[in-house]
Design a protein around this ligand. Structure first.
Ligand SMILES: NC(=O)C1=CN([C@@H]2O[C@H](COP(=O)(O)OP(=O)(O)OC[C@H]3O[C@@H](n4cnc5c(N)ncnc54)[C@H](O)[C@@H]3O)[C@@H](O)[C@H]2O)C=CC1
Ligand SMILES: O=C(OP(=O)(O)O)[C@H](O)COP(=O)(O)O
Length: 335
């Protein structure tokens, strides 16, 4: 069977990782990536052998920089079956008419609103509903991390309510412009943060609210999750449920921080130190007066990457069973 032809529009933190993860699969391939300027990331994409497409007005700049573009962004979109839009949050929505005009399917990321795509995706929670869809949004890193734990626990024990506090990394490691560098910023001040309502775009019946702050670190986010469950259970039951999930990793053995989790990602030779799994501290899992509490860390640069691959597989009708797609994606990328 011919491989699905995938384009990545916006080759930044998420786009470059999605491109490599798609390229690792045997049922889909990257036919091009887009860059606006011929910077160092474009040079690496060129070295890696990706065909680079650019806005028509910038094609000459790529030629001059010694990395000739294969064509314009519009030409890339014409050649694709599906575009993964990884442009910065808020930019992606302006590309919708482009995709509609070309008759290609499109995936947006969590920086865009649910309404843009009309379907918010998380592989374990609602893969099947994305089968054959034209437009899908893969929810943000924090929302993905929440869906991955809430969905199986809710399925096993039922949920009365969920309350989450998020300590969000200030910005990504390569970003020299954003902060804070010496402050803790309640963000947003007005509650709830978008994360709780966003979980409901994927799992509508969950009673959830969230509060978030930005902290001066670039490595990972950390969540304090509190769930009031409908049915009685103990810590071992929760460990069993979370342990059955391939995209959840228990951490302990002296791992007391996000820094040590990133060291593990380096030590196990993950590409770009990526930690695709939620990292749940086993020792933090606590039942207190019938409520569940635990801490988890989320690697913002990579957690949504396998979800994008699964979303492609569902939308392109390459696999109807979500569990099979998850296993296939995991195996191909080395998870
Ligand atoms: N970085 C993160 O931690 C995560 C980001 N997301 C979401 O993924 C999306 C992308 O975010 P990042 O990869 O972090 O952004 P980024 O800023 O690292 O990368 C965006 C890329 O798009 C390019 N670009 C800018 N304007 C463009 C345009 N008009 N057309 C084509 N390309 C353009 C930029 O040059 C850059 O290469 C956003 O919706 C964000 O909310 C989701 C999960 C985690
Ligand atoms: O999707 C993300 O976070 P979010 O789930 O808090 O919106 C990414 O970490 C990007 O967040 P940013 O908008 O702070 O760069």
């Amino acid at each position: 069977m011919a491989k699905a032809k995938i384009a990545v529009n916006g080759y930044g933190t998420i786009g470059k990782r999605v491109a490599d993860a798609v390229q690792a699969q045997d049922d889909m391939e990257i036919i091009g990536i887009s860059k606006t300027k011929p910077n160092y990331e474009a040079a690496v994409a060129h070295q890696l052998g990706y065909d680079i497409y650019a806005p028509a007005a910038n094609l000459e700049a790529f030629e001059k920089a010694g990395m000739p573009a294969a064509g314009s962004v519009e030409e890339m979109i014409e050649k694709a079956d599906l575009v993964v839009d990884c442009t910065p949050g808020g930019i992606g929505k302006s590309n919708k008419t482009l995709y509609e005009k070309a008759g290609v399917k499109a995936i947006w990321q969590g920086g865009e609103d649910h309404e843009l795509a009309g379907y918010s995706f998380n592989a374990i929670a609602n893969y099947e509903g994305a089968f054959g869809l034209d437009f899908v949004r893969v929810v943000s890193c924090n929302t993905t991390g929440l869906c991955r734990v809430i969905y199986p626990i809710d399925k096993a024990f039922g949920t009365k309510k969920v309350r989450v506090t998020l300590a969000r990394r200030a910005t990504d490691p390569n970003d020299i412009k954003k902060g804070p560098i010496n402050a803790i910023v309640p963000n947003p001040i007005k509650l709830p943060s978008h994360h709780g309502p966003d979980v409901k775009t994927v799992i509508p019946h969950i009673n959830i609210t969230s509060a978030a702050m930005k902290i001066p670190t670039t490595l990972m986010h950390v969540h304090t999750v509190n769930m009031e469950l409908k049915n009685e259970c103990n810590v071992e039951d929760i460990v069993e449920v979370l342990g059955s999930q391939s995209r959840i990793r228990f951490v302990g053995q002296g791992i007391t921080s996000t820094a040590e989790i990133m060291e593990v990602a380096r030590d196990i030779k993950r590409p770009r130190n990526d930690m695709w799994e939620n990292c749940v501290w086993t020792d933090s899992i606590t039942m207190h007066e019938g409520e569940l509490y635990f801490f988890q860390a989320i690697h913002q640069e990579s957690i949504v990457v396998p979800e994008n691959v699964d979303a492609i597989r569902a939308m392109m009708e390459l696999e109807s069973d979500g569990a099979k797609s998850i296993l296939k994606t995991n195996k191909a990328i080395g998870l």
